[in-house]
Design a protein. Structure first.
Length: 176
């Protein structure tokens, strides 16, 4: 097998694995699952800690770098807030158990983020030097964007689900 064919085979295998993972993730997102308010903080904290370690390894050098990272956080938070607004949160009347289901638009948003990440990862090594971009800053901004996304998503889902839970409990006590 020639090196070119081996490279193409490896690329197709990687794409197939990525499509399989994304397909399973989309399938899981469109099915309803239990929502636990007490655990919504875990994912944002994990990503924030990981991002913190990565950024601490190569800290921003200028105020402009910090401004780019702040802008990435704001963009991520806007995307996360919008995605959480698209989530369908339901509550079982008797047990007051919360359930969440992603809307098709939220799934498309996640797929768009995956596509953007894949495009940036594949183009970054080639184009960063040509455009005189700081590849480390771009990767850090993407990490901060993800942190912003998960923080805002957790906050929005907590606010909505808490309000639903309060209303359900208030309705039950009025009926009793």
């Amino acid at each position: 097998m020639s090196p070119a064919n081996a490279h193409q085979l490896a690329t197709f295998a990687a794409i197939a694995v990525i499509l399989l993972i994304v397909g399973l993730r989309v399938r899981r997102m469109t099915q309803g699952r239990r929502l636990r308010l007490e655990t919504l903080w875990i994912r944002p904290v994990i990503y924030a800690v990981i991002a913190g370690f990565l950024i601490a390894a190569t800290p921003p050098k200028t105020v402009i770098d910090i401004a780019f990272m702040a802008a990435a956080f704001v963009v991520g938070a806007a995307i996360g807030w919008r995605q959480a607004k698209l989530m369908v949160i339901g509550i079982e009347p008797e047990s007051h158990q919360l359930n969440v289901k992603a809307s098709p638009l939220a799934v498309m948003l996640v797929l768009g983020i995956f596509g953007l990440r894949f495009a940036v990862r594949s183009l970054l090594p080639v184009e960063a030097a040509a455009w005189k971009l700081n590849a480390g800053l771009i990767v850090d901004c993407l990490m901060v964007l993800v942190v912003g996304l998960y923080v805002a998503q957790a906050i929005e889902m907590f606010i909505r689900a808490s309000a639903m839970l309060r209303q359900a409990r208030a309705g039950r006590t009025k009926a009793a």
